[in-house]
Ligand binder design. Sequence first.
Ligand code: ATP
Length: 542
Amino acid sequence: MAVENLMDKLVAHCKANGFLFQSSEIYGGLNGFWDYGPLGVELKRNIKEAWWKDMCQNHNELVQPAQAPSTYDMVGLDCTIIMHPQVWKCSGHYDLFHDYMVDCRKSKKRYRFDQLRGQWVARDAQRIFVTTMAEPEHEREDISRRALKFFNLRSKDLEKLQFEDRVLTFDKLTAEDRGVVLGPDTDELGTLTDPREFNLMFKTYVGALSGEEGAAFLRPETAQGIFVNFKNVVDSTRIRVPFGVAQVGKSFRNEITPRNFTFRSREFEQMEIEFFCHPGQSSDWYQYWRNRRLQWYKDLGLDGERLKLREHEQDELSHYSCGTADIEYAFPFLPPGEYGELEGIAHRGDFDLRSHSEGKLDPKKRPLEVEMTEEGQPRHRGSGKDLSYRDDLTNERFIPHVIEPSAGADRATLAFLCQAYHEVQSSESGGKFESRVVMRFHPRIAPYKAAVLPLVKKDGMPEIAAEIYGALKKKFNVFYDEKSAIGKRYWRQDKIGTPYCITVDSQTLVDRTVTIRERDSMEQWRISIDEVVAEIEKRIGT
Ligand code: ATP
């Protein structure tokens, strides 16, 4: 199956079956925003719940003691999306969280500097750089089409053009070259501006003040809510270092070019852990979390061959970071051999707690106003609160180091959707072969865990099926279906990823047994009605 084809099919499948819809679709949609439909919401909730259970509530039960440097505690938080603006000043987001972008003076469109790609094309003595924002698999086709148009040629004249081999990103061009650049959405040369910084935080105004005094930001990550509550958590619980705080919630980034379905959205959900440990043990914990998080995706069904743990090069690291690794997945919209980030695991040292504690915010000054020292340097203004930790057994006082496994719930959902999508050939009763879709979700994350199907709508079968449905429904999300032929009903469940179908048939009326059918193997076996709930529970493994 061609890769671009697979992605198009998946997007269509997600819409047709209620996994994902474009936000505000009836008004033409809003770029970078997505809604989860009736099945999508169940899938994403199951992923977030699996994460919360495995990482926060049951973390010790699941980990072999030998794998972790020591036992540890985990608790959760749920912080606000809008916080004191100074939080973003201290975290560095206010001054540093930007991408470079270029604007097109003609089309008025905006592009991310490092994502704009293109190729040198020459005709006789004229050499121009043709840019494109087409998906990687279509970029050469788009460049040829636009170059032909620019030089006023027809498709059959393609050999009159000389193409340089490589597709380059725009940021590799020199400033002089930019005069002969053809923007992606215009027919004129030299309409793209020089790159400019663009802060990715969404700005809003709190209260009735519309001026800068009321300015605030939608959080671009959930992590900072955890750092600023560090002391509250330590003081209100009996928790001791090492411990982690987990949070799941919405984050917002005004991405310049949202793309690849939900992969890069402007509103998305994160599942983040800030893990606080003794500086002397932080390298071991960093290793632990890298392995633990990679294994989590594998346990829920992502193919190990399509997953990669990529350690950042020294020059990719933030100035305070002693190490960062990304868990990456070979998403089908990427060219073969390329991977997209699912999660970052960063060793952040003591940067965050130190930054929020040092300095002192003057309540008379406006937040975000830059205050200078006598030496003419911007003065750092943290909360002035002591965010160090005292170990009550050793009496040692230190600022804990932080390991941050930061995952995206939407990217994880997308990866599980890509992994689950399978097309299989089935023979119809007439012997004709037909291609149909099976969503092979791990049972833990499948939107419906089981479907209950009376073979026919008579002889008391619907009543027995309703009884089974009622018993299962108390524990799981279950589907009931009595319409159309049984084969069709099985396929309907395969298409939405339901792992088990339970069929009430004529044998049931004799001995109170039912057939269970497993989605992927299509194996069938019989069990007593009284064992159905326990059987499904055991197989789903919550
Ligand atoms: P990228 O390099 O892809 O922009 P990032 O390195 O900026 O991502 P982080 O700041 O480390 O991402 O955020 C942690 C996680 O949040 C990412 O691994 C990803 O799963 C998710 N995430 C970040 N930005 C987006 C987005 N625009 N849309 C969906 N998920 C996102």
